[in-house]
Design a protein around this ligand. Structure first.
Ligand SMILES: Nc1ncnc2c1ncn2[C@@H]1O[C@H](COP(=O)(O)OP(=O)(O)OP(=O)(O)O)[C@@H](O)[C@H]1O
Length: 652
């Protein structure tokens, strides 16, 4: 994702909130919750999000029927061979047996082939569906409304798109696709048993129905417990991830012991959650085994007895020897899949929960919705207007209020204020990361929420405090701005544009800095750009933004890690970048304010001063105080931003 993000969103009416209206975004932000959704609705969601699963369903079902029925044919051929061959008075009918064997063998081969084909087919479909789920899931994550995204755990999202759907693959690999064959086989065997003898079938089917009801209840319990397992696995991954990525902090603060304790706790929680699934799973298996044994014994004993000797309270079956044997085989065909179903319950449930958790990402509404009244931004540098704007985070208190500001096209304004005064919130209002609770935010005269997504992406750019860099070279990271969706692995693409890159680098005055690096533009920046300082990451982000060539640039300055030399480079690059476009700099260092056309001073979420640096610094007021503190502390060698923060501590 580029710095500017694809996260322009369309809250209810951002930028056009009715005066006095309750703050939007009060609904608890988070992913969609499908935990209480029924099986039918879940199946509908699977069909609509990953249609590949049900593509070619008639052929899939036909294969399942052939696979299921093929096995059952052997039971019928055994009966035929017994009644009309081996046990018939006409012992000479040996060709009957031969035919029966032939038909049985052919049916078995057909069943094996159909089963194999079905296996391949379902396996490929499951893999294709998971690939689709993951790709769409990533795309949706990029579209989630910023305030929703802010409340989500990155590690949890990663788990939902990696190990959670993996449970489906495990299930499929472990013969889960045979489930379909088994169910078909059960239905056909159940129907035939009923045809042979409804008296025998009735208790068997009744017991199976009871077992099914019991299983469903247990299944709900298992589902809840597997959901808890997935949540604890996700928390464990998050803890491990933090322990690895935060290794520097852990070592420098000597908190290894604390980190280990946290890990131990996460591991124990996961193990405990997994243990809790065992009781219902074992209960289920035990119940299944008992019921299945009862069914088998019942058919053997009652079938034999009722066909031979029986009291007047017992039904007379009139089953031939062949029919009785076939009946026993059919009961096996009915019972065996039931057994598999019972035993696979855990894996099935794990797969369902895994799929559901991934689906919850897709079911989360996209924050990118162009309404029918979406409008393009007018050409050229973009004017910004805020009229009596107030904003809050979720249901929290208003953090900015009564903001009325007009920034002319092409103007460079710097927003200053002590920490927590609302500077970043101001930037978020312009870039649709937070909706206005009250008042109007207009870009080029268009309410910010009505600007079409495409126009917003093309024309408005944000450089955040700590821009995200890919683990690639500086050239490749800058090249992101060139094509929006770079193939970071493909070096040649960026090389082809090397002239453009050189031009940008020179125009922003970055050449001397790049010359100090071992490989210049080809220097690798490391994971998230860790080999560069925060200021250098911003330099890369500024060059990237220059390629995007936006008409409104919103820059949230880095607050720390900017040495004086990098600061000068940032100011020079910014000076070049602001030409011909509107720029709003969230200034954490006063030097940025000095270079801007105008300074907006925020205090406790309100605009308290607005004017040129030279004018503001000359009159008593908030800006003069902030500036004086900055001068004093930079002279004393402190970080400029510290000045501003320390100033707050002295403020009552
Ligand atoms: N995501 C958030 N959720 C809840 N409150 C927030 C959030 N972000 C900021 N705030 C609150 O909003 C107020 C303004 O914060 P903001 O980040 O806009 O200030 P700032 O001037 O940019 O501060 P800094 O200089 O430290 O970056 C603060 O009280 C802050 O605690």
């Amino acid at each position: 994702m580029t710095d500017r993000g694809r996260d322009g969103r369309q809250p209810a009416e951002p930028g056009l909130a009715e005066p006095g209206l309750a703050e939007p975004g009060l609904a608890e932000p988070g992913l969609a919750d499908l935990g209480s959704v029924g099986a039918r609705e879940l199946a509908r969601l699977v069909r609509s999000t990953t249609p590949v699963v049900t593509a070619g369903l008639p052929l899939t079902l036909l294969l399942a029927v052939v696979a299921g029925a093929g096995r059952i044919v052997t039971a019928l051929t055994v009966q035929y061979a017994l009644d009309h061959g081996l046990l018939s008075p006409d012992r000479g009918a040996s060709d009957v047996v031969a035919h029966a064997v032939l038909v049985g063998a052919a049916a078995t081969v057909a069943a094996i082939l159909a089963s194999w084909w079905l296996n391949q087919r379902l396996y490929r479909r499951a893999e294709a569906a998971l690939a689709e789920l993951r790709t769409d899931g990533i795309a949706r994550i990029h579209e989630i409304a910023p305030e929703t995204f802010a409340g989500l755990s990155g590690a949890d999202l990663v788990t939902r798109l990696t190990s959670d759907p993996e449970a489906v693959t495990t299930f499929v690999q472990n013969g889960g696709v045979l489930l379909l064959v088994n169910v078909t086989q059960m239905i056909i065997a159940g129907a035939l048993v009923t045809l042979y003898s409804w008296q025998l079938a009735l208790p068997v089917l009744g017991l199976a129905a009871l077992l099914f009801v019991g299983m469903r209840r247990l299944q709900m319990l298992v589902a809840r417990r597997y959901a808890a397992v997935r949540t604890s696995v996700s928390a464990l991954q998050s803890t491990v991830g933090e322990a690895v990525t935060g290794i520097g902090i852990v070592r420098s603060t000597g908190t290894e012991q604390r980190t280990r304790l946290g890990l131990d706790r996460a591991v124990e929680n996961t193990a405990a959650a997994q243990r809790r699934t065992l009781v219902p799973l074992h209960t289920n298996t035990a119940l299944g085994e008992v019921a299945i044994s009862v069914m088998t014994v019942f058919v053997v004993v009652a079938g034999t007895r009722w066909s031979t000797a029986h009291t007047r309270w017992e039904p007379a079956l009139h089953l031939s020897a062949g029919e009785l044997v076939a009946m026993l085989l059919l009961v096996t065909f009915f019972v065996r899949p039931l057994q598999a179903l019972v035993q696979n319950l855990g894996e099935i449930q794990n797969a369902v929960v895994g799929w559901r958790r991934a689906l919850e990402i897709l079911a989360t509404p996209s924050g990118v919705v162009d309404g029918a009244d979406a409008r393009e931004l007018p050409p050229g540098p973009i004017a910004v207007e805020l009229a009596d704007v107030a904003a809050a985070y979720g249901a929290g208190p208003l953090v900015v209020e009564h903001l009325t500001v007009a920034v002319s096209p092409g103007e460079h304004v710097a927003v200053v204020g002590e920490t927590g005064s609302g500077k970043s919130t101001f930037a978020k209002l312009l870039t649709r990361q937070i909706p206005a609770s009250r008042g109007r935010v207009l870009l080029g005269g268009v309410p910010v929420g009505r600007v079409s997504e495409a126009s917003f992406q093309r024309r408005v750019a944000i450089v955040p405090q700590d821009p995200f860099l890919f683990d690639a070279t500086i050239a490749e990271n800058i090249g992101v701005g060139l094509r929006g969706s770079p193939d970071l692995l493909d070096d040649s693409d960026v090389r082809d544009d090397s002239d453009v890159l050189d031009e940008i680098v020179s125009s922003l005055g970055l050449r001397p800095w790049l010359d100090t690096l071992p490989d210049g533009l080809d220097t690798r920046v490391g994971v998230r750009g860790e080999r560069l300082s925060a200021g250098e990451r911003q330099l890369v982000a500024l060059a990237r933004t220059a390629l995007v060539d936006p008409d409104l640039l919103v820059l949230d300055e880095a607050t720390s890690g900017v040495d004086p030399a990098t600061d000068v480079r940032i100011q020079r690059a910014l000076g070049a970048l602001t030409v011909g476009r509107t720029t709003v700099s969230i200034a954490h260092r006063m030097v940025t304010a000095e270079h801007a056309d105008r300074v907006l001073v925020l205090d406790h979420g309100r605009l308290v001063q607005s004017g040129r640096h030279a004018d503001l610094v000359a009159v008593p007021g908030r800006y003069a105080e902030l500036h004086a503190a900055w001068v004093e502390h930079t002279a004393a060698g402190a970080e400029p931003h510290e000045t501003v923060h320390r100033q707050k501590e002295h403020t009552p």
